[in-house]
Design a protein. Sequence first.
Length: 102
Amino acid sequence: MRVNFSLYKALLDCLSESPEGIPAMFAEFPLLSKDSVGLHVLLLAKHGYATSQINYENTSEGVIWRERGVTRLTPAGRELITSIKTTDNTSRRGSSHAVSRV
């Protein structure tokens, strides 16, 4: 499974600014921390997205996120999505990073 590392970093950066921080999230959800798609969904949920409102697709370019239907986001959730859209426009040409599921 390929992981879009710039998206992953943007999500982690946003989470690290929250009061709970990354260690608390991993302690609460230890299994999801080992699954990148689960982790992405969890991070988005923590910032105002309900998981049922997220449609994700794992492509050769990484994980593509789409809003499904009409969603109600908290300001933090909307800000997170905006930051991902502006941060995650870099190319990964030449990158051989891959993560396998266990």
